[in-house]
Design a protein around this ligand. Structure first.
Ligand SMILES: Cc1cc2nc3c(=O)[nH]c(=O)nc-3n(C[C@H](O)[C@H](O)[C@H](O)COP(=O)(O)OP(=O)(O)OC[C@H]3O[C@@H](n4cnc5c(N)ncnc54)[C@H](O)[C@@H]3O)c2cc1C
Ligand code: SF4
Length: 260
Protein backbone atom coordinates (compact mmCIF):
# COMPACT_ATOMS: atom_id res chain seq x y z
CA UNK A 1 0.00 0.00 0.00
CA UNK A 2 1.21 3.43 -0.80
CA UNK A 3 0.69 6.24 1.68
CA UNK A 4 1.37 9.90 1.59
CA UNK A 5 0.97 12.33 4.47
CA UNK A 6 -0.74 15.69 4.50
CA UNK A 7 -1.63 18.06 7.30
CA UNK A 8 -5.00 18.93 5.79
CA UNK A 9 -7.10 17.14 3.19
CA UNK A 10 -9.95 19.03 1.54
CA UNK A 11 -12.51 16.78 -0.16
CA UNK A 12 -14.08 18.35 -3.24
CA UNK A 13 -12.93 21.40 -5.16
CA UNK A 14 -16.19 23.25 -5.83
CA UNK A 15 -17.65 26.35 -4.24
CA UNK A 16 -16.95 24.98 -0.76
CA UNK A 17 -13.71 23.01 -1.20
CA UNK A 18 -12.16 25.46 -3.66
CA UNK A 19 -12.61 28.44 -1.39
CA UNK A 20 -11.40 26.52 1.65
CA UNK A 21 -8.32 25.50 -0.34
CA UNK A 22 -7.61 29.13 -1.16
CA UNK A 23 -8.15 30.10 2.48
CA UNK A 24 -5.55 27.52 3.50
CA UNK A 25 -2.99 29.08 1.15
CA UNK A 26 -1.14 30.93 3.93
CA UNK A 27 -0.73 27.64 5.80
CA UNK A 28 0.66 26.02 2.66
CA UNK A 29 3.09 28.90 2.31
CA UNK A 30 4.10 28.32 5.92
CA UNK A 31 5.01 24.74 5.06
CA UNK A 32 1.89 22.76 5.89
CA UNK A 33 1.05 20.06 3.37
CA UNK A 34 -2.43 20.54 2.03
CA UNK A 35 -4.25 18.39 -0.52
CA UNK A 36 -7.50 18.84 -2.40
CA UNK A 37 -9.01 15.50 -3.42
CA UNK A 38 -11.41 15.77 -6.35
CA UNK A 39 -13.40 13.00 -8.00
CA UNK A 40 -13.63 14.78 -11.34
CA UNK A 41 -11.01 15.66 -13.91
CA UNK A 42 -9.09 18.86 -14.45
CA UNK A 43 -9.62 19.98 -18.02
CA UNK A 44 -7.16 21.89 -20.14
CA UNK A 45 -8.43 25.25 -21.35
CA UNK A 46 -8.79 23.99 -24.92
CA UNK A 47 -10.81 21.01 -23.71
CA UNK A 48 -13.73 23.28 -22.79
CA UNK A 49 -15.37 22.83 -26.18
CA UNK A 50 -18.94 23.82 -25.29
CA UNK A 51 -20.15 20.66 -27.05
CA UNK A 52 -23.05 19.28 -25.11
CA UNK A 53 -22.39 15.55 -25.16
CA UNK A 54 -18.68 15.72 -24.37
CA UNK A 55 -18.95 18.49 -21.78
CA UNK A 56 -21.88 16.82 -20.00
CA UNK A 57 -19.82 13.68 -19.68
CA UNK A 58 -16.64 15.50 -18.68
CA UNK A 59 -18.08 17.96 -16.17
CA UNK A 60 -21.19 16.43 -14.60
CA UNK A 61 -21.85 13.47 -12.35
CA UNK A 62 -23.49 10.84 -14.55
CA UNK A 63 -23.46 13.27 -17.46
CA UNK A 64 -25.91 15.54 -15.62
CA UNK A 65 -28.54 12.82 -15.33
CA UNK A 66 -27.88 11.48 -11.84
CA UNK A 67 -30.96 9.49 -10.88
CA UNK A 68 -32.39 9.60 -7.36
CA UNK A 69 -32.58 6.25 -5.53
CA UNK A 70 -36.30 5.93 -6.20
CA UNK A 71 -35.77 6.77 -9.87
CA UNK A 72 -38.27 9.60 -9.62
CA UNK A 73 -36.08 12.44 -10.80
CA UNK A 74 -32.67 13.34 -12.13
CA UNK A 75 -30.27 15.80 -10.52
CA UNK A 76 -27.49 17.76 -12.20
CA UNK A 77 -24.31 18.54 -10.32
CA UNK A 78 -20.73 19.08 -11.29
CA UNK A 79 -17.93 16.57 -10.95
CA UNK A 80 -14.75 18.33 -12.03
CA UNK A 81 -11.82 20.33 -10.70
CA UNK A 82 -13.94 23.33 -9.68
CA UNK A 83 -17.06 21.28 -8.89
CA UNK A 84 -20.41 22.76 -9.85
CA UNK A 85 -18.85 26.21 -10.19
CA UNK A 86 -17.53 25.01 -13.56
CA UNK A 87 -21.06 24.41 -14.84
CA UNK A 88 -23.23 26.73 -12.84
CA UNK A 89 -25.04 29.60 -14.45
CA UNK A 90 -23.12 32.32 -12.66
CA UNK A 91 -25.95 34.04 -10.82
CA UNK A 92 -24.20 35.44 -7.77
CA UNK A 93 -26.41 36.64 -4.96
CA UNK A 94 -25.89 37.10 -1.24
CA UNK A 95 -28.10 34.83 0.84
CA UNK A 96 -30.79 36.98 2.44
CA UNK A 97 -31.00 37.54 6.16
CA UNK A 98 -34.14 35.39 6.56
CA UNK A 99 -32.27 32.42 5.02
CA UNK A 100 -29.21 32.77 7.25
CA UNK A 101 -31.50 33.03 10.26
CA UNK A 102 -33.24 29.76 9.43
CA UNK A 103 -29.84 28.02 9.37
CA UNK A 104 -29.41 28.77 13.07
CA UNK A 105 -25.64 28.33 12.97
CA UNK A 106 -24.27 29.45 16.35
CA UNK A 107 -22.25 32.65 15.95
CA UNK A 108 -23.05 33.08 12.24
CA UNK A 109 -24.60 36.45 11.48
CA UNK A 110 -25.93 37.77 8.21
CA UNK A 111 -23.45 40.67 8.38
CA UNK A 112 -20.62 38.13 8.49
CA UNK A 113 -22.01 36.22 5.48
CA UNK A 114 -22.51 39.48 3.61
CA UNK A 115 -18.94 40.66 4.23
CA UNK A 116 -17.50 37.31 3.14
CA UNK A 117 -19.77 37.15 0.09
CA UNK A 118 -18.68 40.62 -1.00
CA UNK A 119 -15.07 39.56 -0.80
CA UNK A 120 -15.73 36.61 -3.12
CA UNK A 121 -17.88 38.73 -5.41
CA UNK A 122 -14.91 41.03 -5.92
CA UNK A 123 -12.49 38.17 -6.31
CA UNK A 124 -14.69 36.33 -8.83
CA UNK A 125 -15.61 39.35 -10.94
CA UNK A 126 -19.31 39.56 -10.03
CA UNK A 127 -21.04 42.44 -11.79
CA UNK A 128 -24.13 43.48 -13.70
CA UNK A 129 -23.86 43.19 -17.47
CA UNK A 130 -23.65 46.46 -19.39
CA UNK A 131 -26.79 47.43 -21.33
CA UNK A 132 -25.26 46.57 -24.71
CA UNK A 133 -24.76 42.92 -23.68
CA UNK A 134 -28.42 42.38 -22.85
CA UNK A 135 -30.18 40.48 -25.60
CA UNK A 136 -33.63 41.16 -27.02
CA UNK A 137 -35.24 38.40 -24.96
CA UNK A 138 -34.14 40.07 -21.77
CA UNK A 139 -35.01 43.57 -22.94
CA UNK A 140 -38.51 42.43 -23.91
CA UNK A 141 -38.90 40.62 -20.61
CA UNK A 142 -38.03 43.77 -18.65
CA UNK A 143 -40.39 45.83 -20.77
CA UNK A 144 -43.18 43.29 -20.29
CA UNK A 145 -42.63 43.22 -16.54
CA UNK A 146 -42.75 47.02 -16.36
CA UNK A 147 -46.02 47.06 -18.32
CA UNK A 148 -47.48 44.42 -16.01
CA UNK A 149 -46.42 46.43 -12.97
CA UNK A 150 -43.47 44.26 -11.88
CA UNK A 151 -39.96 45.40 -11.30
CA UNK A 152 -37.39 43.26 -13.12
CA UNK A 153 -33.73 43.42 -12.24
CA UNK A 154 -30.60 41.75 -13.57
CA UNK A 155 -28.87 39.00 -11.68
CA UNK A 156 -25.22 39.85 -11.04
CA UNK A 157 -22.91 37.33 -12.73
CA UNK A 158 -19.38 36.20 -12.08
CA UNK A 159 -17.80 36.68 -15.48
CA UNK A 160 -14.77 38.24 -17.08
CA UNK A 161 -14.76 38.73 -20.84
CA UNK A 162 -18.18 37.17 -21.48
CA UNK A 163 -19.01 36.70 -25.18
CA UNK A 164 -22.68 35.94 -24.67
CA UNK A 165 -22.53 32.45 -26.11
CA UNK A 166 -24.94 31.01 -23.51
CA UNK A 167 -22.98 27.84 -22.95
CA UNK A 168 -22.42 28.58 -19.27
CA UNK A 169 -23.85 25.25 -18.09
CA UNK A 170 -21.43 23.43 -20.38
CA UNK A 171 -18.37 24.94 -18.75
CA UNK A 172 -17.96 28.16 -20.78
CA UNK A 173 -15.70 27.56 -23.80
CA UNK A 174 -14.59 31.22 -23.60
CA UNK A 175 -13.15 30.80 -20.11
CA UNK A 176 -15.20 33.78 -19.00
CA UNK A 177 -17.01 32.26 -16.05
CA UNK A 178 -15.06 32.74 -12.86
CA UNK A 179 -15.56 29.54 -10.89
CA UNK A 180 -13.13 28.15 -8.36
CA UNK A 181 -11.25 26.46 -11.25
CA UNK A 182 -10.43 29.93 -12.61
CA UNK A 183 -9.90 31.83 -9.35
CA UNK A 184 -9.59 30.09 -5.99
CA UNK A 185 -7.93 26.81 -6.98
CA UNK A 186 -5.18 28.43 -9.10
CA UNK A 187 -4.55 30.85 -6.20
CA UNK A 188 -4.31 27.91 -3.81
CA UNK A 189 -1.95 26.10 -6.18
CA UNK A 190 0.31 29.15 -6.34
CA UNK A 191 0.55 28.93 -2.57
CA UNK A 192 1.53 25.28 -2.75
CA UNK A 193 -1.82 23.55 -2.17
CA UNK A 194 -1.80 20.30 -4.14
CA UNK A 195 -4.72 18.81 -6.05
CA UNK A 196 -5.37 15.15 -6.67
CA UNK A 197 -8.02 14.77 -9.35
CA UNK A 198 -9.91 11.72 -10.52
CA UNK A 199 -9.70 10.54 -6.97
CA UNK A 200 -12.67 9.48 -4.90
CA UNK A 201 -12.53 9.97 -1.13
CA UNK A 202 -14.24 6.81 0.04
CA UNK A 203 -14.05 6.88 3.79
CA UNK A 204 -12.84 9.02 6.64
CA UNK A 205 -11.01 7.22 9.38
CA UNK A 206 -9.23 8.58 12.37
CA UNK A 207 -6.44 10.69 10.91
CA UNK A 208 -6.85 8.99 7.58
CA UNK A 209 -8.79 9.51 4.39
CA UNK A 210 -9.20 6.52 2.16
CA UNK A 211 -9.07 7.56 -1.46
CA UNK A 212 -9.66 5.51 -4.56
CA UNK A 213 -7.78 7.11 -7.37
CA UNK A 214 -6.35 6.65 -10.80
CA UNK A 215 -3.50 8.44 -12.46
CA UNK A 216 0.19 9.23 -12.72
CA UNK A 217 0.36 10.98 -9.41
CA UNK A 218 3.43 9.18 -8.21
CA UNK A 219 1.40 8.07 -5.24
CA UNK A 220 1.32 4.51 -4.15
CA UNK A 221 -1.59 2.25 -4.71
CA UNK A 222 -2.76 -1.02 -3.31
CA UNK A 223 -4.10 -4.21 -4.71
CA UNK A 224 -7.70 -4.40 -3.84
CA UNK A 225 -9.27 -7.09 -1.75
CA UNK A 226 -12.28 -9.21 -2.54
CA UNK A 227 -14.91 -6.76 -1.36
CA UNK A 228 -13.37 -3.93 -3.29
CA UNK A 229 -13.76 -3.07 -6.96
CA UNK A 230 -11.75 -5.19 -9.34
CA UNK A 231 -8.38 -3.92 -10.44
CA UNK A 232 -4.90 -3.15 -9.33
CA UNK A 233 -2.51 -0.27 -9.11
CA UNK A 234 -3.06 2.61 -11.40
CA UNK A 235 -0.46 3.57 -13.90
CA UNK A 236 -1.05 7.01 -15.14
CA UNK A 237 -3.03 10.10 -15.53
CA UNK A 238 -3.54 12.13 -12.45
CA UNK A 239 -3.32 15.70 -11.32
CA UNK A 240 -2.29 18.45 -13.65
CA UNK A 241 -4.77 18.63 -16.46
CA UNK A 242 -6.09 15.30 -17.27
CA UNK A 243 -8.66 15.55 -19.98
CA UNK A 244 -12.41 15.32 -20.40
CA UNK A 245 -14.23 12.11 -19.78
CA UNK A 246 -11.45 10.95 -17.53
CA UNK A 247 -13.36 11.37 -14.32
CA UNK A 248 -15.71 8.45 -14.75
CA UNK A 249 -15.67 5.85 -12.07
CA UNK A 250 -13.23 3.51 -13.73
CA UNK A 251 -11.19 3.69 -10.59
CA UNK A 252 -8.85 0.97 -9.64
CA UNK A 253 -6.32 2.16 -7.13
CA UNK A 254 -6.11 3.56 -3.64
CA UNK A 255 -4.28 6.32 -1.97
CA UNK A 256 -4.20 7.10 1.71
CA UNK A 257 -3.11 10.57 2.76
CA UNK A 258 -2.80 11.03 6.51
CA UNK A 259 -4.41 14.02 8.06
CA UNK A 260 -2.52 15.39 11.00
C1 LIG B 1 -26.21 23.50 -13.71
C2 LIG B 1 -26.08 24.25 -12.42
C3 LIG B 1 -26.35 25.63 -12.41
C4 LIG B 1 -26.21 26.34 -11.21
N1 LIG B 1 -26.36 27.69 -11.23
C5 LIG B 1 -26.14 28.42 -10.11
C6 LIG B 1 -26.17 29.83 -10.12
O1 LIG B 1 -26.38 30.44 -11.16
N2 LIG B 1 -25.94 30.50 -8.97
C7 LIG B 1 -25.69 29.84 -7.79
O2 LIG B 1 -25.47 30.51 -6.76
N3 LIG B 1 -25.61 28.49 -7.74
C8 LIG B 1 -25.83 27.77 -8.88
N4 LIG B 1 -25.73 26.40 -8.84
C9 LIG B 1 -25.47 25.76 -7.55
C10 LIG B 1 -24.00 25.88 -7.12
O3 LIG B 1 -23.15 25.52 -8.19
C11 LIG B 1 -23.77 24.94 -5.92
O4 LIG B 1 -24.68 25.30 -4.89
C12 LIG B 1 -22.37 25.00 -5.37
O5 LIG B 1 -21.39 24.80 -6.37
C13 LIG B 1 -22.24 23.93 -4.27
O6 LIG B 1 -20.93 23.97 -3.75
P1 LIG B 1 -20.31 22.67 -3.10
O7 LIG B 1 -18.88 22.97 -2.78
O8 LIG B 1 -21.20 22.23 -1.99
O9 LIG B 1 -20.42 21.54 -4.20
P2 LIG B 1 -19.80 21.48 -5.70
O10 LIG B 1 -19.46 22.86 -6.19
O11 LIG B 1 -20.75 20.68 -6.47
O12 LIG B 1 -18.44 20.72 -5.48
C14 LIG B 1 -18.41 19.41 -4.96
C15 LIG B 1 -17.19 18.72 -5.57
O13 LIG B 1 -16.84 17.64 -4.71
C16 LIG B 1 -16.50 16.52 -5.49
N5 LIG B 1 -16.73 15.34 -4.66
C17 LIG B 1 -17.91 14.93 -4.13
N6 LIG B 1 -17.73 13.82 -3.39
C18 LIG B 1 -16.40 13.53 -3.47
C19 LIG B 1 -15.58 12.49 -2.93
N7 LIG B 1 -16.10 11.53 -2.16
N8 LIG B 1 -14.26 12.49 -3.21
C20 LIG B 1 -13.71 13.46 -4.01
N9 LIG B 1 -14.44 14.47 -4.54
C21 LIG B 1 -15.76 14.50 -4.27
C22 LIG B 1 -17.42 16.57 -6.70
O14 LIG B 1 -16.86 15.85 -7.78
C23 LIG B 1 -17.47 18.08 -6.94
O15 LIG B 1 -16.48 18.49 -7.87
C24 LIG B 1 -25.85 25.66 -10.01
C25 LIG B 1 -25.59 24.28 -10.04
C26 LIG B 1 -25.70 23.58 -11.23
C27 LIG B 1 -25.38 22.11 -11.24
S1 SF4 C 1 -18.95 33.54 -22.66
FE1 SF4 C 1 -20.49 34.25 -21.21
S2 SF4 C 1 -22.48 33.50 -21.97
FE2 SF4 C 1 -20.84 32.38 -23.05
S3 SF4 C 1 -20.62 30.50 -21.84
FE3 SF4 C 1 -19.11 31.95 -21.09
S4 SF4 C 1 -20.08 32.98 -19.40
FE4 SF4 C 1 -21.71 31.95 -20.52
Amino acid sequence: MNEKSYDVVVIGSGAGGGTVAEGLGPLARAGYRILVVEQGARLKEEEFTGKEAEMADALYEDGGGFLTADGAMTLAFGRAWGGSTVVYTGTSLIAPKRVIETWRVPGLTHADVEARSKRFMDENGVHLLPEELLNDNNRLFVEGCAKAGFKAEQFPLNLRGCKGSSLCNLGCPNLAKQGTHRVQLPAAARDGVESLTRADALRLEERRVMVLGRGPDGLACVRLGQKEPEGGCYENGNDERDGPGQGKRELNGRFFPDIG
